[in-house]
Ligand binder design. Structure first.
Ligand SMILES: [Zn+2]
Length: 258
């Protein structure tokens, strides 16, 4: 099986639409656009079997109608809570989606960015959309800090080797902020020095593994001493929700200034 990331909404939201395929069959994750996805499927001689949706935002769902028109037999899977009439199979945490015979994804409830957000996981791939980004995380757009911090801690429990696929390419900006938060983190310095993003070319590998995220992503490290100390100084209380909120506020402030 192959997983390829097709750039979408380039220059505005810088999304990835992930395509999973083998034996002429394909699935797509969060199609915010359709044209380039259909072109890719045709070029590779693939038939679309299914669409996976993580949450309701337009940059994850707006390509669905045109994809359904081109591939009427494709089935749309999405969260139970998402308000979108295109979703045919409603999912909640713990349920599974059979993608290919030897490739089944489990649904993880990962609310926080939005209340409806789910992720799709097995040991070969984590599709976590706007919950966990490469070196960052999504913004709070309707979810709670309690839910978001717990979702991040849930993802942190997954195996180190898990290849990781999120929905946006913000790695460079995220790493610049991460270095402000944790200037003495050697893995982080090394990651930034070796950064080689090349967006918006088609992505033929995962964005990395959870190991590198656990080592360098401040949003998986808000309770680590090196970061926690600074968050407490910034007024956080020693709870996951408060530490996360303080870090997220710090990042939002950083984004407004940069
Ligand atoms: Zn979103």
């Amino acid at each position: 099986m192959t997983i390829t990331g097709i750039p979408a909404l380039v220059g505005s939201y810088d999304n990835y639409i992930w395509v999973l395929y083998q034996n002429q069959e394909a699935w797509v994750v969060d199609p915010g656009e359709s044209q380039q996805v259909i072109a890719f499927l045709k070029q590779q001689n693939l038939t679309l079997q299914g669409i996976l949706v993580t949450h309701h935002h337009f940059d994850h769902v707006d390509g669905i109608p045109a994809l359904k028109q081109a591939y009427p037999k494709a089935t749309v899977y999405g969260p139970q809570k998402t308000d979108n009439a295109s979703i045919q199979v409603r999912l909640k945490g713990g349920e599974t989606v059979p993608i290919f015979n030897d490739f089944i994804l489990t649904v993880l409830d990962t609310p926080g960015h939005t209340p409806d957000h789910i992720s799709y996981y097995n040991e070969q791939a984590l599709f976590c959309a706007d919950t966990l980004f490469s070196a960052g995380c999504g913004r709070l757009l309707g979810g709670t800090v309690e839910a978001f911090s717990q979702s991040l801690l849930t993802l942190r429990e997954l195996p180190d080797e898990t290849p990781f696929y999120c929905a946006h390419e913000y790695t460079e900006d995220n790493l610049k902020f991460a270095i402000q938060v944790e200037p003495d983190n050697l893995e982080l310095q090394q990651r930034f020095a070796n950064l080689n993003v090349n967006y918006p070319t088609i992505k033929t590998t995962a964005l990395g593994t959870l190991k590198i995220e656990k080592e360098t992503n401040p949003f998986l490290r808000f309770d680590r001493p090196s970061i926690k100390e600074q968050l407490l100084k910034r007024g956080a209380q020693d709870t996951p929700a408060s530490l996360f909120k303080t870090l997220r506020d710090w990042k939002d402030q950083y984004d407004r200034q940069n």
